[in-house]
Design a protein around this ligand. Structure first.
Ligand code: NAP
Ligand code: F7E
Length: 335
């Protein structure tokens, strides 16, 4: 019999790729959307009727219970969060409420409605923060460096705790940065590839960035949602790191992106203190050994291939919609 899944964070980068994957596997897929006065559905429009949307919010436990009763999912993927690290210093309480306590609300609703639901929690390499060892694995001690990382660490431990307290099938996926043409333009990879496309087209003159020396383990988002699904298909619930095992600096990402359109980044990039964080995560690189061995999971794109597909897609986007995107970007303030 075909399975049913509920995805929170359906309008985000990962939600859209996970919905595609599960629909392709024959799942009935529900996506939780929060009530807004305009529709943030740009990443899921193309899924049409194959995706069912339900209204609720991680801030509201009753809405979660009602949704579980209506949808009766076999699997719940909790991808919803206030996920932008800098915002977590200015909206600290909100980040704690959604990204941290929101996990407990959803787990409580699962306990009330159906303890057999399999649960995936979107944990993050930001929990390693000031990394205590290199590379980071499931065994590495945590040391978060932002209110976002702190909130996610709470979400991680409450997932582990409910698994151990109530016997839930609950997994925490500790995912390193993963990117795609659907990445939000406030995150550094997409901010850069989008700016490169605009500069090449003559819409933008410079690119203002923060710390170019930070290092990240960047992979391709569709690979990572496949890993989430694999975690919920095992005999026993466990936690897994998903990463490429390679690290690159922001500067390398910038250089490679400008090179892709035959420009020299030094002619355009300005370091702006506005984008420097109160506390930085200097070096992340994951060890995906456990996921490789137990889940047969692999990342499929090299660093250069990832940069290339993101630059190509943004060049195409700017060519097609250049002028209208320009006014939209002004409204968004392109952080
Ligand atoms: P994203 O694009 O920022 O999407 C976040 C999603 O959460 C959006 O759909 C957003 O809905 C939803 N959301 C926010 N507050 C909510 C609330 N109160 N109730 C219900 N939904 C709410 O994030 P992503 O990159 O796809 O990441 C997915 C998850 O993985 C997040 O939890 C993130 O923290 C985590 N993560 C991401 C990465 C990465 O590299 N991408 C790595 C590790 C972990 P709206 O559209 O309405 O705002
Ligand atoms: O920053 C540096 C910045 O915002 C990466 C989220 O998905 O991945 C993401 O968090 C690095 C940092 O991602 C700018 O200081 C320099 O060192 O793209 P980011 P993040 O903070 O790593 C993790 C795994 C998550 O879980 C999060 O939800 O780039 N950087 N200059 C900049 N970053 C931004 N955003 N903007 C700049 O201008």
């Amino acid at each position: 019999m075909s399975k049913t899944a509920l995805i929170t964070g359906i309008t985000g980068q990962d939600g859209s790729y996970l919905a595609e994957l599960l629909i392709s596997k024959g799942y009935t897929v529900y996506g939780l959307v929060r009530r807004t006065s305009t529709l943030p559905y740009e990443r899921i429009f193309h899924l049409g009727d194959s995706l069912k949307l339900v209204s609720g919010d991680l801030m509201d436990e009753r809405s979660l219970r009602l949704i579980l009763e209506t949808c009766q999912p076999d699997e719940v993927y909790n991808l919803a969060a206030q996920s932008f690290v800098p915002e977590s210093w200015s909206q600290t309480i909100l980040t704690g409420e959604i990204t941290g306590l929101g996990v407990t609300r959803l787990l409580n609703a699962i306990l009330d409605v159906n303890k057999n639901i399999r649960f995936y929690q979107a944990s993050t390499s930001e929990m390693f923060g000031k990394a205590q060892e290199v590379p980071q694995s499931e065994e590495t001690p945590f040391y978060p460096r932002s209110p976002y990382g702190v909130a996610k660490l709470y979400g991680h431990w409450i997932t582990v705790n409910y698994r151990e307290s109530y016997g839930l099938y609950a997994c925490s996926g500790i995912l390193f940065n993963h990117e795609s043409p659907r990445r939000g333009t406030e995150f550094v990879t997409r901010k850069v590839t989008y700016a490169v496309a605009r500069i090449k087209a003559g819409f933008q003159k410079e690119l203002r960035l923060g710390n170019l020396d930070a290092r990240r383990d960047w992979g391709y988002a569709p690979d990572y949602v496949d890993g989430m699904w694999r975690m919920l298909q095992q005999e026993k619930p466990e936690d897994y790191v998903l990463a490429t095992g390679e690290t690159h600096s922001v500067r390398e990402w910038v250089e490679e992106s400008f090179n892709a359109v035959n420009l020299n980044y030094q002619d355009y990039v300005v370091v702006d203190p506005k984008f420097i964080r109160p506390a930085e995560v200097d070096l992340l690189v994951g060890n995906p050994g456990k996921a490789r061995q137990r889940l047969d999971w692999h990342s499929t794109l090299s660093f250069s291939e990832l940069v290339a597909i993101m630059v190509d897609e943004d060049v195409r986007l700017v060519k097609e919609h250049g002028a209208s995107l320009k006014s939209m970007d002004m409204l968004r303030g392109l952080r």
